[in-house]
Design a binder for this molecule. Sequence first.
Ligand SMILES: C[S@@+](CC[C@H](N)C(=O)[O-])C[C@H]1O[C@@H](n2cnc3c(N)ncnc32)[C@H](O)[C@@H]1O
Length: 208
Amino acid sequence: MMMEGFMLIKFSALASHILADYCLENSCLFKSKSVLELGSGLGLTGLLLVKSLDLNSYTFTDHHSKVLEFLQHNVTINLSPKQEKIGEYSTKYNNTSVQIQCLDWEAFHYSQKYDIILGADVVFDRRLIPHLINVVLKSLNRRGKAIFASTIRNVDTYNYFLHKLEEKKLKIECTEERKHKGSLSQTDVSIVKIITFQIEEEIRTTQE
Ligand SMILES: C[S@@+](CC[C@H](N)C(=O)[O-])C[C@H]1O[C@@H](n2cnc3c(N)ncnc32)[C@H](O)[C@@H]1O
């Protein structure tokens, strides 16, 4: 993957890196699509995708003011000089319209729908999982797809996430596991699970 020109990003964020790789490997899913990213952090996934894919729009989101400040800085320095600044949190890079928004999963108000929803390392707190899933349910287009990459720290938290997806009738399309060997020792291996899911057909039909 091309990493030139990316500043102020530390590569400790394994899930965001792996999510970007997965999306680039499946670039056909993204052509002219609107993408919402939840919990963008410093913005690594989105920056790579906006630079590499032909998207209609990419919306970075987070809830923390300091994180949003860093995110805005990263977007500004990494998408220039090709960006056309439209407003403080809205810009255009080639044909992609790029937004940065404050979105708190716990205080979510219905807004617009997106073709693809991404999340890197956003499944980490059992208490937040129902809120996170609620945002996906309210923001995903009828035939849209959500793609999450999660570093597995606590298997129970991840299994709870899977259970909640099932309970809310979000259908898992595919899951994949990628292992990343760390630099500390032979046994220092991180596991990242990638999962893609959609709204089930019967729920879609009742929405129509
Ligand atoms: C583990 S970090 C992952 C950041 C980035 N996706 C990455 O992989 O580097 C989780 C992110 O979720 C955000 N977050 C945590 N709670 C949130 C909430 N209630 N609403 C929105 N974002 C939240 C944090 O600010 C943080 O940026």
